[in-house]
Design a protein around this ligand. Sequence first.
Ligand SMILES: Nc1nc2c(ncn2[C@@H]2O[C@H](COP(=O)(O)OP(=O)(O)OP(=O)(O)O)[C@@H](O)[C@H]2O)c(=O)[nH]1
Length: 210
Amino acid sequence: MSENKTNLQWCRLITPFILAGGKSQRMGTSKSFVKLGSQPLIEIVIQKVTDFFHKQPVLITNQFADYRYLGCDMVGDIIQGKGPLGGIQAGLIKSVTPYIFVFACDMPFIDKTLVHYMLNRLGREDILIPRYGTRMEPLHAIYSKRCLPAITAHLDNDRRSVQSFFDEVNVVYIDQAEMNRLQVPEYCFLNINTREELDNAKAYLDNLRS
Ligand SMILES: Nc1nc2c(ncn2[C@@H]2O[C@H](COP(=O)(O)OP(=O)(O)OP(=O)(O)O)[C@@H](O)[C@H]2O)c(=O)[nH]1
């Protein structure tokens, strides 16, 4: 699968999902709807993912009423309150494609070059995930439905860390050298959890525009 896939091939293979559940405790209000510039974070992420995939993402949330106006398909967590791993489980169970590309509502600077590189790079692995330095980015990764038994077993034992099951499946990392070659900026993985991080992101955007 190393040759460039067409858009139709991606659509049959991979569905983009955006995690939009969680408690947003550090922000104090739903992160999806805080504004960066003139737009709520969730709208920024939906717009980018739609542009990257030429199709709308599916939202994984338990607050359907709040998100309905966005016009995206939605799925709910199978078991609520299990964190991002619970959301990934729901996406994998409900997906009609064998792989899902997971994004997060609080990561608005996602990079088209990296996303397309990952789509074309995907082979037979269970997870394809970028690693910047030593930090991996599990909320910007492609997961296969083959991960489901391990994820479900971990959630059943209340192990919620997204990486907790990685040593039980076949994980391929996109390393720093590859990202340097693609000129992927580190800020593409910036996630916004607090008011302070939101202010920093706004300042960063203003800087870009000036
Ligand atoms: N579907 C779903 N998504 C979740 C859940 N918990 C977190 N997320 C999403 O996962 C991403 C990372 O969320 P976190 O920052 O780890 O958690 P959070 O609950 O949103 O925020 P805090 O309460 O401040 O920790 C965000 O896109 C969240 O919307 C969950 O239980 N279900």
